[in-house]
Design a protein around this ligand. Structure first.
Ligand code: DAH
Length: 379
């Protein structure tokens, strides 16, 4: 009697579970699936309660009817597993369908035209470097590069700046920790070491420019511990001061876009050149404004000179056979002058509003004469 009553109950439940499992495979909403899980398998779910209710009865069968006892126990577990598996399988299916639908909705058509205004801008430093390369490139110069972390030999000694030379102090050098042999690497204080590297690696004639980063421990409105320079070097037979002057006058006029820009060569001193000259361009300072190419004022923009014979010898070049000239220029400085940027620190602040204003449109190729000027920029 007890057994047949239990059998009926189990049969009834079996039918319900079968129906439920079939039903789950038709459900289309994850919320509904979760509701079913709670209703059937939750802590107060139907199968949980059933187990609690009939377990004592099953246990009571004990020795009387061990077969039915086993069957009943197994059934309960089988139902739980079946409902759990059906729920999981349906969930996976619905999750996948949702993902597919989302991906279809978010599909990007890469053939559509680009949205205007979304493009980035070229940083004025990069733009200025490109312009300088374009001008010297037209004159037959090739771009050379060198490491930022440099041997003392290339940064100083080979450039005729021996350890005791006072010019070393002017360079505000960043030194790396001492090495085992007592020597110290430096962050290059100028791009001039690349002159040495090039002369040691290649045979003249040479005509290179070297744009790149340089480092000095100095920080204010016109100095930054990291800044950029461009170095120039020409080595050939019978190179003389006239070549230096012609080349740099041509450059200044092209870069600032002023055909009759006054350019002045002022005697100066650099350990690696002899004679040496600083180059000034004509300008007008009026009411806090600076106008390049007009007026009676002068503005220094670069250093230059004939390569010192000792530097040539340091690089295995015979000064009786080859001569050369060199120059070095701060890129930030000429960029600030050309584009009317008052403070150097803003170059490195990564302020997108600033970049949108002063930056350049990527696909505008810098022209030989000058890059496109943003509104309101000088000259
Ligand atoms: N290296 C110099 C500096 O950083 C700039 C310079 C001056 C480079 C004269 C040259 C040169 O090649 O000839 O101040």
């Amino acid at each position: 009697m007890v057994t047949s009553e239990l059998d009926n109950t189990l049969e009834d439940w079996e039918r319900q579970v079968d129906e439920l499992v079939r039903g789950i495979s038709q459900i289309t909403s994850l919320v509904e699936i979760e509701a079913i899980r709670v209703t059937w398998l939750g802590r107060r779910g139907r199968l949980t309660l059933l187990a609690r209710e009939i377990s004592p009865r099953i246990r009571a069968l004990g020795a009387l009817d061990p077969d039915t006892q086993r069957r009943a126990g197994t059934k309960l577990n089988t139902w739980k597993d079946a409902v759990t598996a059906a729920i999981e399988a349906r969930k996976i299916k619905l999750d996948r369908a949702a993902l597919t639908a989302r991906l279809a909705g978010e599909r990007a058509d890469v053939t559509l035209p680009v949205l205007s205004g979304g493009a980035g801008h070229i940083h004025p430093i990069s733009q200025t470097i490109d312009e300088i390369i374009a001008i010297f490139g037209e004159m037959g110069f090739a771009v050379a590069e060198g490491p930022h972390i440099e041997e003392d030999f290339y940064n100083f000694t080979a450039l005729n700046i021996p350890p005791e030379h006072p010019a070393r102090q002017e360079h505000d050098t960043f030194y790396l920790p001492e090495r085992e042999d007592g020597s110290r690497l430096v962050l290059r204080t100028h791009t001039s070491p690349v002159q040495i590297r090039t002369m040691l690696a290649r045979k003249p004639p040479l005509r290179i420019i070297v744009p790149g980063r340089t480092f000095r421990c100095d920080h204010d409105a016109t100095h930054s511990p990291m800044f950029h320079q461009v170095e120039g070097l020409v080595i050939d037979r019978a190179t003389h001061m006239g070549h230096l002057k012609g080349c740099l006058i041509e450059f200044c006029r092209a870069f600032f876009g002023v055909d009759d820009l006054p350019v002045r060569f002022r005697p100066s001193y650099f350990p690696f050149t002899e004679p040496s000259a600083e180059v000034d361009i004509g300008c007008l300072r009026e009411g806090g404004q600076l106008k390049i190419g007009a007026g009676a004022d002068w503005l220094e923009i670069l250093g230059s000179g004939m390569v010192h014979p000792r530097v040539l010898l340091n690089c295995g070049i015979d000064p009786a056979e080859y001569q050369g000239f060199a120059f070095g220029m701060g890129i930030e400085r000429v960029a600030m002058l050309k584009y009317g940027i008052p403070d150097l620190r803003i170059f490195y602040e990564s302020d997108l509003r600033w970049l949108r204003h002063y930056g350049f449109v990527p696909l505008d190729v810098p022209s030989l004469v000058r890059g496109p000027l943003p509104a309101g920029a000088m000259p």
